[in-house]
Design a protein around this ligand. Structure first.
Ligand SMILES: *[C@@H]1O[C@H](CO)[C@@H](O)[C@H](O)[C@H]1NC(C)=O
Ligand SMILES: *[C@@H]1O[C@H](CO)[C@@H](O)[C@H](O)[C@H]1NC(C)=O
Ligand SMILES: *[C@@H]1O[C@H](CO)[C@@H](O)[C@H](O)[C@H]1NC(C)=O
Ligand SMILES: *[C@@H]1O[C@H](CO)[C@@H](O)[C@H](O)[C@H]1NC(C)=O
Length: 368
């Protein structure tokens, strides 16, 4: 009996989790696009265990200092400059059908990362791996966040435009109508990671948003839904679009050497890292890793994820220079850690978009 319980706990702790799939028709009414996703989560888990717990956690951190005036400014800006996303958010609010989930509150979520940076919220991790192989660039992505309830919000979407599937995403941030993991068929795989850079004070951030600055989750929506149709165009757009917070954008294209780590900041600019300027040399085994610190600095002592991943990648045997190798590295502790919600292994050259939900892992030392 006891053994059965232990085995059950092991099985539930170390299994990957199943992520549901929904279609989003970009030709259909904006208001309805995310309503089935809200209903799916509410019907499966109920509000309190899912969104309720997630919102409550982030209310205590990111949204703690927002006043009703700030919420009103955010809502007006979203309605003024981003009417399509405003309609999507209206639909999401309608699907919640709760007096405590208002349009103003969801407009603040649309700028979740930007507000978090302004208030120096310190809760993010995430890792990106780009591995160049003879079969294209394999892009591994771990999403790390808090609290655990956010795992229940992760959904895989397939996007339809003009009657065709044009891309996919896996994310928990869809309810803010933005995405930090995106795959546009035949064009690029995209990932955003938290960067510690200059912080705009809240009043300056709100001024910037009131002038029509995009949210970082909407830059990938723009790439998906615009005529951007190759790696260079996507990189140029992400290097130049005005941003309201620090961030890394990790991009892989369909051709040889089309991998980029774009470091953005609301004030400073930095050169983009490509495979041809990693310092590894063009004839060498090519890989790049990005966590949450500038690649031109050493990893901080307390967070060696990039160094660990680079050493593992450098030591990959030739039969592992493929999706299996990227999976092995990205699933190693602490690259896969307590906060990991999901993993995606993408290759836009072959059109393969693999994803699964993850449980948090903590190493267990049986000598202690
Ligand atoms: C989160 O904050 C919003 C805005 O203040 C509030 O309406 C809502 O009730 C809060 N939700 C939770 C779950 O704490
Ligand atoms: C919204 O909730 C109320 C109860 O609070 C219910 O009477 C109403 O039918 C719901 N509306 C929709 C569209 O589900
Ligand atoms: C490196 O690759 C990028 C992306 O393909 C390209 O824009 C850039 O010109 C290349 N630089 C050199 C020195 O070849
Ligand atoms: C292989 O990994 C070790 C650390 O385990 C590291 O010191 C070494 O540099 C790596 N090999 C290469 C070729 O980088």
């Amino acid at each position: 009996m006891k053994l059965a319980v232990i085995l059950l706990i092991l099985a539930t702790t170390y299994a990957y989790t199943i992520v549901p799939t929904l279609d989003i028709d970009l030709d259909g009414p904006a208001k309805q696009r995310f309503q089935p996703a809200v209903q799916l989560v509410l019907n499966t888990y109920g509000y309190d265990a899912s969104f309720g717990a997630f919102f409550s956690y982030h209310n205590e951190t990111t949204f703690k200092h927002l006043t009703s005036k700030d919420y009103a400014i955010l809502a007006t800006s979203v309605r003024t400059y981003w009417p399509q996303y405003a309609q999507e958010l209206e639909g999401i609010v309608e699907a919640f059908n709760r007096s405590d989930v208002t349009f103003e509150y969801m407009a603040a979520w649309a700028y979740f990362h930007e507000i978090g940076h302004s208030l120096s919220v310190n809760i993010k991790e995430c890792t990106a791996i780009l591995l160049q192989t003879k079969d294209g660039i394999i892009h591994g992505r771990n999403m790390d966040q808090s609290p655990d309830a956010g795992r229940l919000l992760v959904i895989h979407f397939k996007f339809i435009k003009n009657g065709q599937y044009i891309g996919e995403s896996v994310d928990q941030y869809w309810f803010k109508t933005g995405f930090v993991t995106m795959f546009k068929y035949g064009v690029v795989s995209l990932q955003e990671n938290w960067r510690y850079g200059h912080y705009l004070p809240l009043f300056m951030l709100l001024k910037k948003i009131s002038a029509g600055t995009t949210s970082l989750g909407w830059t990938f929506r723009h790439i998906l839904d615009s005529d951007i149709n190759n790696f260079d165009q996507a990189v140029t757009y992400l290097e130049n679009v005005i941003v309201a917070c620090s961030q890394y954008n990790i991009v892989a294209g369909t051709k040889f050497n089309q991998g980029a780590i774009i470091s953005r900041d609301p004030i400073s600019t930095f050169p983009t890292l490509f495979f041809n300027n990693t310092g590894l040399g063009n004839d060498q085994f090519q890989y790049m890793v990005q966590t949450n610190y500038d690649h031109w600095h050493k990893d901080p002592k307390g967070d060696q994820r990039r160094t660990i991943a680079q050493n593992l990648l450098a030591n990959l045997t030739s039969t592992m220079q493929n999706e299996l190798g990227v999976y092995s590295v990205i699933n190693t502790y602490p690259i896969h850690n307590e906060g990991t919600f999901y993993t995606a292994i993408m290759n836009v050259a072959t059109g393969r978009f693999n994803y699964f939900g993850q449980e948090g892992i903590t190493p267990f030392n049986d000598l202690e």
